[in-house]
Design a protein around this ligand. Structure first.
Ligand code: HEM
Ligand SMILES: *[C@@H]1O[C@H](CO)[C@@H](O)[C@H](O)[C@H]1NC(C)=O
Ligand SMILES: *[C@@H]1O[C@H](CO)[C@@H](O)[C@H](O)[C@H]1NC(C)=O
Ligand SMILES: *[C@@H]1O[C@H](CO)[C@@H](O)[C@H](O)[C@H]1NC(C)=O
Length: 355
């Protein structure tokens, strides 16, 4: 063995020892995973997302949420992207997702561009994870090196999506438990909830707080009264319930620390948001205050928790597959190709180019 190779092996072992101490779960993921096989990956994703964000400034928020809804259901394996077929029951129709997920088309657009540059190389799960990080950068949030090398699932699980994804009326105890089920701590809960600093929520998900909280016939007492009036205007009591309201009234499309400052003045939008600050005696109050006072500390924690969330239940090595089309497992997408080819010859959206 030549000396350089020996040094390489030695360094590698040191890396494994130290890596193993801090990130045992992502031992197989690596920010340089595609450095040879798809060096253009980051720049393609960045290019597409910066264009999309100019036209649709809410999209970065939607993509970060899509990644979260992927990771909490059998891991970050792009299961959320799978459409219903003979063998798949889509997670997109689970209660927290239905009529609510955005960005599926953007992920497909990125996948199509990547398939041209680096055919059959990059997983949909990695594209989604990388899109979340770039979405943070594009909205003023932190950037980080994204560990890569995830593979795509062969299954989806709609009922698991209904079980695992937290609800907007969850108490702090329920929130902590939903995160603990994913190996995430209370601190992760507080830092990741900071993603509610941008994007929107539909009224019916919190309107009980405005009119009849907990069957008291009164508004939620932990809601600022001026903010309450603004929200009542945007969400009339007998309205349709699907009006959309900004999570952050001041900087609706920015990933900043405002979320925590809003909680301090009783301007959390969802009950699950305000619980972090208004639950008497809670250990989350000090964390909210810390993040509200210091953007650098919040960003540091947000990065760390996003990487941790991105490592949940990942498929690596020979598990799963690299999908050709993010909405279908390969077996089904090749059946689809054949069916479409024989019936029409006219194919849309990169399905045929993947044969
Ligand atoms: C802590 C528990 C959480 C609950 C109960 C929760 C609940 C919700 C709800 C009800 C909505 C509005 C959906 C709609 O109108 O259809 C929403 C939107 C959103 N959530 Fe969460 N969420 C939680 C955690 C997270 C996490 C961990 C992230 C990401 C790290 C996240 C990112 C977002 C974003 C960015 C939006 C806005 C999406 C858009 O405008 O398209 N949420 N969330
Ligand atoms: C997958 O389903 C979504 C709706 O849930 C639809 O908009 C999209 O066109 C479907 N994708 C394909 C490739 O059929
Ligand atoms: C979905 O998850 C539930 C709960 O963990 C499990 O019982 C069920 O077998 C899973 N279904 C599929 C299709 O994987
Ligand atoms: C709702 O009401 C029940 C019983 O009246 C009470 O035990 C519970 O603490 C209340 N929940 C909240 C969030 O105020």
């Amino acid at each position: 063995m030549n000396p350089l190779r020996l040094i390489g092996t030695a360094l590698c072992c040191v890396a494994i020892v130290f890596g193993g101490l801090t990130f045992s779960s992502d031992a197989q993921l690596d920010p340089n995973f595609y450095i040879r096989s798809c060096p253009q990956l980051q720049s393609i994703v960045y290019q597409i997302l910066s264009n999309v964000a100019t036209k649709d400034p809410r999209m970065p928020a939607s993509l970060i949420r899509l990644h979260f809804h992927d990771c909490f259901v059998q891991g970050c394996d792009a299961s959320v992207l799978l459409n219903t077929t003979d063998t798949i029951v889509t997670e997109q129709d689970a209660l927290p997702n239905i009529n609510s997920l955005r960005g599926l088309d953007v992920i497909n657009q990125i996948k199509t561009a990547i398939e041209i540059a680096c055919p059959h190389t990059v997983s949909c799960a990695d594209i989604l994870t990388l899109s979340a990080e770039i979405s943070s950068v594009l909205t003023g949030g932190p950037g980080w090196l994204v560990p890569l090398g995830r593979r795509d699932s062969l299954t989806a699980n709609q009922s698991l999506a209904n079980i695992n994804l937290p609800g907007p009326s969850f108490s702090l105890t329920q929130l902590k438990s939903a995160f603990a089920d994913q190996g995430l701590t209370t601190r992760d809960l507080v830092s990741l909830s900071g993603a509610h600093t941008f994007g929107k929520s539909r009224c019916f998900l919190f309107s009980d707080r405005l009119y009849n909280f907990n069957n008291t016939g009164k508004p939620d007492p932990t809601l600022d009264t001026t903010y309450l009036k603004e929200l009542q205007k945007q969400c009339p009591e007998d309205g349709p319930g699907d009006n959309r309201v900004n999570f952050d009234p001041t900087t609706p499309n920015r990933l900043d620390k405002n979320y925590y400052n809003n909680l301090q003045v009783k301007k959390g939008l969802l009950q699950s948001d305000q619980e972090l600050f208004s639950t008497p005696g809670a250990d989350t109050i000090a964390i909210v205050n810390r993040f509200a006072n210091n953007k650098i500390v919040f960003f540091k924690n947000f990065k760390k928790s996003m990487i941790k969330m991105g490592n949940i239940g990942v498929l690596t090595g020979t598990k799963g597959e690299i999908r050709k089309q993010c909405n279908f497992i390969n077996k089904e997408s090749s059946e689809l190709d054949l069916a479409t080819v024989t019936s029409t010859e006219s194919i849309e959206g990169g399905v045929v180019s993947s044969i």
